[in-house]
Design a protein around this ligand. Structure first.
Ligand SMILES: C[S@@+](CC[C@H](N)C(=O)[O-])C[C@H]1O[C@@H](n2cnc3c(N)ncnc32)[C@H](O)[C@@H]1O
Length: 306
């Protein structure tokens, strides 16, 4: 048998993220069971299904020397496959071919319906939700999904979130890359190159961020107090930038949860959100999400890294 590729990523915050998602999936599957829906777990940045992590073991309480060991932990796909009752369908997409092969191996070992797609998550999600059974199918009405968007960085286009909102049947957990976004925003507007501008516009789905975050300030006057030159200077801090993102999400989803902050070394790196645009289901969804957010927000402050 071919060896599975190693996928090393994350830290203590990763386990918090995956615990939060797993707990919500458990809630979701139990809340929707026997209601006649076909449920989908859609993991668009699925990785290999596993996570190789360095863990510190031993110490005075274990009466063993402290050492760093590598452990293989379940990633989001494997954790979702362990949820009971199971989802009717599992759908994984991934860009890296070796990771796609690992997901295909997972599929061959499982007895449930698993679809594996190779390619860009944004494109693959669009294909999934614009085809039967999600559209043009007698059972379209009974399809329900939880979509997990777990990119490393700024890979999720706002258009993708909008498309998911428009289905009204896909609830979305999104790891918003707060730190990566703030890092693109140089102190002077002139410090943002075209590529950065384009990726910020793509993640926010508009260009309004320029006026919201930057202000023209006088830079120089000439010796006679005459002509003034202006420079565009960033006035928005990290919280205002995150608040703008939240407003944008609220423009397309009827429900936007409070985010679970995911910290690395005490600093905000990611924010884990849940969105829904299925008004009749929101009070139910909110009950599950509020519980998860309340439970994992303090944990994320306690276990922030390194
Ligand atoms: C943080 S990891 C996901 C980990 C996974 N959710 C887990 O818990 O095991 C992000 C994954 O997304 C993949 N990826 C990055 N950009 C992508 C894109 N545009 N479309 C699909 N997959 C992408 C990477 O190869 C990587 O495996």
């Amino acid at each position: 048998m071919q060896e599975r590729p190693k996928h090393e990523f994350g830290g203590p915050w990763t386990e918090i993220k995956l615990d939060a998602i797993s707990e919500y999936l458990d809630f979701y599957q139990n809340a929707l069971k026997n209601k006649g829906f076909e449920t989908w777990y859609v993991d668009a940045f699925a990785g290999t299904g596993e996570r190789h992590a360095k863990v510190t073991k031993g110490g005075i309480f274990d009466a063993a020397p402290i050492e760093e060991v590598e452990e293989v932990l379940a990633g989001s796909a494997k954790r979702a496959l362990a949820i009971l009752p199971p989802f009717s369908h599992y759908w994984f997409s991934e860009q890296r071919p070796t990771r796609v092969a690992a997901l295909e191996a997972l599929r061959s070992e499982a007895s449930t319906d698993i679809v594996v797609r190779r390619g860009d998550a944004n494109e693959q999600l669009r294909l999934l939700f614009s085809n039967p059974p999600w559209t043009d199918h007698p059972s379209s009405w009974k399809q329900r999904a939880v979509v997990f968007l777990d990119p490393y960085g700024m890979s999720v286009g706002f258009d993708t979130l909008k498309m998911l909102a428009e289905t009204q049947r896909a609830d979305v957990w999104y790891l918003f890359p707060r730190k990566a976004v703030i890092q693109q925003l140089a102190n002077k507007g002139s410090g943002i190159d075209e590529d950065k501008r384009a990726s910020l516009t793509r993640i926010f789905g508009c260009e309004d961020w320029v006026d919201r975050f930057y202000e023209a300030q006088p830079a120089q006057t000439d010796l006679f107090g005459g002509r003034v030159t202006f420079e565009s200077i960033r006035r928005a801090d990290g919280n205002e930038i995150a608040e703008f993102a939240r407003e944008r999400f609220g423009g397309i989803f009827a429900y936007v949860s409070d985010p679970i902050p995911l910290l690395i070394n005490g600093r905000d790196f990611f924010e884990l959100y849940c969105f829904s645009n299925n008004p009749p289901a929101i009070s139910l969804i909110k009950r599950g999400v509020d519980h998860v957010v309340r439970k994992y927000t303090p944990a994320s402050h306690r276990r922030s890294g390194p």
